[in-house]
Design a protein around this ligand. Structure first.
Ligand code: MN
Ligand code: MN
Length: 300
């Protein structure tokens, strides 16, 4: 069974790593976040996978969880730093990866610190390594470069159709004795902010990523139809309003979605913003520990 799962994890990983490298090379200045999300999601689907979640385009002090609204006109400036976080799934087995694209050379070192912390973390992984020791390494690398890790964002175990499967891989030294298993896939994702940052994120007002939490009927036929559509297409994985307006007219889609949130069958994730509004960089890979090291599924 586990062999079959590994194959799907690796297939999904190959797809997102190809797409991530395309994202890294491309100049996104002048593009809207809507264009970025649609293009990147299209590249994932074109390669035969489903999106595991809406592509995140979190700009500057927004650390995570921003995806484009339908026709979102926010446009990338030549001074922006954007975290583009993408995921693919094959039969529910997920590859989760991210790259920071930066158009202000002043922040190149911040981006490099996230990449270096991730690389050092990957090089120490094998079965039995303690997650807190991975966190210690990430924190050390980031602080050596004069930056701060985001303490309340972490990597996570993955499971079929589940992005956050219960275990955390911290970005700082933490208590806890959990050690990495060879039969679980994990994502590691250092987030780095400047020395002026507070080193943690707080929730913002904007919410544009959603996920089903319960399939219970609402007694509203149209809303129940939307809930069925969500289950059939996204399972319990996150989705965006953009993915509903392909079937429902924009205003109607929003109204039904808000009804489902009110009925607590769907939850909304707020954006996460650096607590002192400082810029944040991120790097992320998905990996499976082995006896001698690691299979990083998101390196093609
Ligand atoms: Mn991610
Ligand atoms: Mn992740």
């Amino acid at each position: 069974m586990w062999v079959v799962q590994i194959e799907d994890y690796v297939k999904a990983g190959k797809i997102v790593s190809e797409v991530r490298e395309m994202v890294r090379e491309k100049n996104w200045v002048g593009k809207t976040v809507y264009e970025i999300c649609e293009e990147v999601e299209g590249e994932i689907r074109k390669r035969g996978a489903k999106c595991a979640f809406p592509v995140n385009t979190s700009i500057n002090e927004i650390a995570a969880h921003y995806t484009a609204e339908p026709n979102d006109e926010i446009t990338i400036l030549d001074t922006d730093l954007i975290k583009i976080d993408l995921g693919a799934q094959i039969n529910g087995y997920i590859a989760d990866t991210a790259v920071t694209v930066c158009y202000d050379p002043q922040y190149d070192n911040l981006v490099q610190a996230a990449e270096d912390a991730l690389q050092h973390a990957m090089s120490m992984i094998k079965i039995g390594v303690k997650a807190r020791d991975v966190g210690r390494t990430i924190e050390k690398i980031i602080k050596q470069r004069g930056f701060k890790p985001i303490a309340n964002l972490s990597g996570h175990s993955l499971d079929q159709y589940t992005i956050h499967a219960g275990k955390s891989i911290p970005n700082i030294w933490s208590i806890g004795s959990f050690s990495l298993s060879g039969e679980v896939a994990y994502a590691c994702e250092p987030f780095v902010t400047t020395s002026e940052g507070l080193g943690f994120v707080k929730e913002g007002k904007v919410k544009n990523i959603f996920a089903m939490v319960s399939r219970k009927k609402t007694k509203n036929e149209e809303a129940d139809e939307m809930l069925d559509f969500i289950w059939e297409n996204f399972n319990m994985l996150p989705f965006a309003l953009r993915w509903l307006v392909k079937k429902w007219e924009g205003g109607k889609a929003r109204e039904l979605l808000e009804f489902l949130i009110k009925k607590k069958t769907v939850k909304a994730y707020p954006i996460l913003v650096e607590a002192n509004s400082q810029r944040v960089a991120q790097a992320e890979h998905t990996f499976i520990p082995t006896d001698t090291g690691v299979t990083v599924t998101t390196i093609a």
